[in-house]
Design a protein around this ligand. Sequence first.
Ligand code: GUN
Length: 293
Amino acid sequence: MTQILDGKATSLAIEAELTQAVDARMASGLKRPHLAAILVGDNPASRAYVGHKVKACARVGFESTLVEHPADITQEALLDAVRALNDDASVDGFIVQLPLPDHIDDQAVLEAVHPEKDVDGFHPVNAGKMALDLPCFLPATPKGIVSLLDRAGIDTQGKHAVILGRSSIVGTPMALLLRRNGAPGNCTVTVCHSRTQDLAEHTRRADILVAAIGRAHFVTADMVKEGAVVIDVGINRIADATKKSGSRLTGDVDFDHVAPKCSWITPVPGGVGPMTIASLMENTLQACAQKDA
Ligand code: GUN
């Protein structure tokens, strides 16, 4: 029997915990957590994602600040904007929404974020600590996936996890977290990418399959083992004449045909997306609490 890994419901449970934690902080006279986000340009998807983050802050009682800049901002002006948030004591953590325009050096911008405010976990200091299993900010999407597995009671010990995609923000950190000596963790991990040969040979051996490639319905039923846990990170816009907008969002997995083979599967929307937001909120509380001591 296929069970749905309900990221929406799980994110609401996490938000309820965060709301309680904020209430407890306020009752003790502690600071209200404050997340800031830098949004560059008019990418509609980026604007929507940042909007979800700001709304989530309001739901859990965090303060939020959206800092907007035009697409033609210079590298130096953007670095100044980052440094201003580093220096702003009222801001506990902040993110720079990706992707950035082509003329901007993403890496230089991410490295300008103070590691103690880097709630996306993209600074090399946090990425390095994650690799060494030291306390740090974990990137929100893989952190959310691990929470979802954990809260659903899915046993990962000794399982073979296959990850499609080696990006710095999903595939690579996902591999590190699943192979950790912990629970969840202790998976044997295979990372597949654009040069992988005989891809389906790998995916068919997966007990846990994480699809993070950004291609609609790339994972088909013949690529999935009976009883697998399938995590769909994809958010792809495809044409749909039945929708008023003429399009809809769909994942990297051909859900209708893959789901019947799975023990567990995440839907899109309502799977990984809400968990990513909830994890960013958890990181923001962590950033704020780290300053109490
Ligand atoms: N773009 C896609 N995913 C992310 C994310 O997790 N954080 C930021 N800042 N930008 C993104």
